[in-house]
Design a protein around this ligand. Sequence first.
Ligand code: ADP
Length: 150
Amino acid sequence: MPRKALFPGSFDPFTKGHQDIVLRGLKLFDEIIIGIGHNTKKQRSFDVNRMKMLIEEAFQGNERVRVEIYDELTAEVARRTGAKFLLRGLRNTTDFEFENGISQVNRYLFDDLETVFLITSPQFAAISSSIIREVHRYGGNVDRFLPYKL
Ligand code: ADP
């Protein structure tokens, strides 16, 4: 059985920090599904379909990575896709507090599901989607934080 992981997130936008987690995750898993969680009622800064295309472009030629957009419980997506692992990244204690909470809930909802955390690589530790959104909104160039050209 191939070891499949779901890497869920808002990815608004997908950054080099996220890419690093996926590339390192590929050492642990045979296949990684990048799940873009998108609540249709919520506004995004970066269009979700375009983001899917850009992520696919960043992983072009890598058949072990695929991208999906979803609007349902993350644990449900894992169940549906046959992913037995959730992959998440940790940058700091704030991430830890948040991740600890959702990981406990996911375990409650789907006790087969293990969350695997990778600590951020130092060169990407300061990259966050929210800061990139802010810089981009005011016309700043964010290219060096993204694994594709906007
Ligand atoms: P969410 O809205 O679910 O937190 P994000 O798109 O912000 O989704 O992040 C998805 C995952 O990637 C989270 O586990 C987050 O902690 C992690 N992550 C975000 N930025 C980085 C980074 N620079 N390095 C490592 N992990 C990161």
